[in-house]
Design a protein around this ligand. Structure first.
Ligand SMILES: C[S@@+](CC[C@H](N)C(=O)[O-])C[C@H]1O[C@@H](n2cnc3c(N)ncnc32)[C@H](O)[C@@H]1O
Length: 229
């Protein structure tokens, strides 16, 4: 089963994701940071790209609260179907797409890019395209938020890499989810992303992944990036 089929299965019968409609908490902190520092006027007809949007909880938040035009991409047809059935919003469009393929968007057309725990499932070839595309479509003065898996201090990730190694560097095939995921050391993340964007803030946070009754401690990066000058 490939990553796309594993995610479809997850949306049909959830073991991991809550399918909650509440926006992700660390993403909300990023939006508050943008607002408090006046990096972008969120009320100025902005356009948001939500990569790996799932059922669209963060996309709807941006459209409902800031009248943002939002493009949500996800390769799971089940996620897109659920997102479209939630409540619909004239400013939000969900499309079934792999975020590791070129985006059908103009250069410098996006104010904010969101990647809330999605791109860690890309393979290295796809990641190269995703990074280049994010750098291309983000407007000068635009910002990106990435929440992804951290290598540092994550014993469960180290265990999975040893027991269920994936084909690429720092990857494992998640035993419950079936998805191949990459974890990132801080220096590896910065080196990769700084080629196309500029990392302006990076913090590591502990969270929990719950499968049925089992809870696993995981470490995540919350990264704020801006367009390259
Ligand atoms: C952990 S869920 C997060 C969903 C959403 N960002 C949220 O915060 O609710 C990860 C999502 O990324 C999507 N995804 C993973 N790899 C993808 C890819 N290569 N292209 C498009 N979507 C992908 C999955 O289908 C899934 O919906």
């Amino acid at each position: 089963m490939n990553n796309q089929q594993s995610w479809d299965q997850e949306y049909q019968k959830s073991k991991l994701i809550t399918q909650s409609h509440k926006p992700q908490k660390d993403f909300l902190r990023f939006i508050k940071w943008i607002k408090n520092n006046k990096h972008i006027d969120l009320y100025s007809d902005i356009t948001v790209l939500d990569l790996g949007c799932g059922v669209g909880r963060n996309s709807f938040y941006m459209a409902d609260n800031y009248d943002a035009t939002v493009h949500g991409y996800d390769f799971s047809s089940d996620a897109i179907e659920k997102a479209n059935n939630i409540h619909g919003h004239e400013l939000v469009t969900f499309t079934e797409r792999n975020i590791g393929k070129p985006f059908p968007l103009d250069d410098n057309s996006i104010d904010i890019i969101l990647d809330v725990t999605a791109s860690n499932a890309l393979n290295e070839f796809e990641r190269g395209i995703y990074l280049k595309e994010c750098g291309r479509v983000l407007k000068p003065g635009g910002y990106m938020y990435v929440r992804t898996l951290a290598r540092e201090g994550d014993k469960n990730a180290q265990k999975m890499i040893k027991e269920f190694p994936g084909p690429d560097y720092d990857t494992y095939k998640h035993p419950q989810l079936g998805v191949t995921e990459r974890i990132f050391s801080g220096p590896d993340f910065k080196e990769m992303y700084n080629q196309h964007l500029e990392v302006v803030r990076m913090e590591r946070k502990t969270g929990y992944q719950t499968f049925g009754k089992q809870s696993y401690k995981r470490n995540y990066w919350n990264v704020y990036l801006k367009s390259k000058e």
